[in-house]
Design a protein around this ligand. Structure first.
Ligand code: HEM
Length: 341
């Protein structure tokens, strides 16, 4: 399929799904390995936990494939802000002065399909194992399922997280990277979470699936760094294809483009090969192939899928243990993931 027809397909997909109401809704963490987190944490209290979540993720994957990237991104945005405690799922209280995390500016583009997946999984789990399983564990399991369903590595998820009691929009901004973050900023942020440069490059490989809105890369197409020219580090074919759908002014703000124009629904290592061909979508993606601290990792992962899979599995395991909440003092087990107990 040519790049142009690929894009037409995605534009179609976006518009059809939006009209069905399905698509596009709009500190200091320290790493420590929580002692009690275990793969078999629910062996007695809910031995079928993985199957219960799996029944929902496999259904969602079939019926609404965008649930995959949506849920993986949800885990990332949860873990980077005050740890993996499902605080991202809390709905803002009407009339309250402080909004919840999910309503922070940087979380506006998180798709509803991710939230819906966790809601459905929680309902299924609650029927069989009431009051036992945290939303935070369900989110970590669901994200792993989608990585695997899309063709990525399978890894065991350690469980035993509790859900957090705090969710504040004001805590989001400084903890979430931006499309135009520099490599210096990215390294600093990931290091502050106890993640290495290799973890960061591997985790960025999650952009092998999913989509981004025009606003996140439009300056690269027309006015890179305010110079009135496109980004010289963007492949001209990609540039022309993206310009067709993302005008400089007045475009449809719902339009999205695939991160990986070659295999956008497959979790593979094509993302890294694309970066080497200047086919990165965000400036922050492309920068990984240009900076001396990250370029050799991009090269390694582009050549060796297994190496990427191993590094990704290790890094996401690490990320999903960030600042985990344990016990009643700081945590809760929510029945409805969007509401504190
Ligand atoms: C390295 C710094 C990162 C930056 C600057 C970044 C930025 C972004 C941006 C701007 C979007 C597009 C949002 C939109 O327009 O709707 C996006 C989407 C996405 N991000 Fe990242 N991200 C980063 C790292 C990560 C990590 C570590 C993961 C997960 C492990 C991740 C997973 C995803 C996924 C799966 C999507 C697609 C979501 C969808 O299609 O619904 N990202 N990211």
């Amino acid at each position: 399929m040519s790049l142009t027809s690929l894009f037409l397909f995605f534009i179609f997909l976006t518009i059809t799904s939006s009209s069905l109401g399905l698509l596009i809704s709009s500190n200091s963490n320290t790493t420590h390995t929580p002692r009690q987190l275990r793969v078999d944490y629910y062996a007695k209290s809910c031995p079928q936990i993985e199957q219960l979540v799996g029944s929902v993720t496999s259904q969602q994957f079939k019926e609404s494939p965008v649930s995959g990237p949506a849920t993986i991104r949800l885990l990332f945005h949860d873990c980077f802000v005050e740890g993996c405690d499902a605080s991202i799922l809390i709905a803002s209280k009407p009339g309250s002065k402080e909004l919840a995390e999910k309503d922070a500016e940087d979380n506006r583009d998180l798709r509803v399909e991710g939230f819906e997946t966790i809601k459905k999984a929680k309902e299924v789990v609650e029927k069989k194992c009431p009051n036992v399983v945290s939303c935070a564990d369900i989110l970590a399991i669901a994200a792993r399922d989608f990585v695997h369903l899309a063709g990525g590595p399978y890894y065991q998820v350690k469980k035993g997280r509790w859900d957090g009691k705090i969710s504040m929009a004001s805590r989001v901004g400084s903890n979430i990277p931006r499309a135009n973050s520099t490599i210096d900023e990215l390294i600093k942020l990931f290091n502050s979470k106890g993640l290495t440069i290799q973890d960061m490059v591997a985790l960025s490989g999650a952009h092998t699936i999913g989509f981004a809105h025009c606003k996140n890369f439009v300056t690269r197409l027309y006015n890179y760094r305010g110079k009135g020219q496109p980004d010289p580090n963007m492949n001209p074919k990609l540039l022309n294809a993206l310009r067709m759908y993302c005008p400089n002014f007045g475009g449809n703000s719902d339009i999205v483009a695939p991160f990986d124009a070659t295999t956008p629904f497959i979790f593979d290592h094509a993302y890294y090969g694309n970066l080497q061909n200047k086919m990165g979508l965000l400036a922050s993606d492309q920068a990984l192939a240009l900076d001396p601290r990250t370029m050799s990792l991009v090269q390694d992962f582009s050549k060796d899928k297994q190496k990427f899979f191993q590094a990704f599995a290790a890094a996401i395991d690490k990320m999903s243990l960030l600042k985990v909440v344990r016990g009643k003092k700081h945590g809760e087990k929510r029945r409805d993931c969007s509401m504190h107990m």
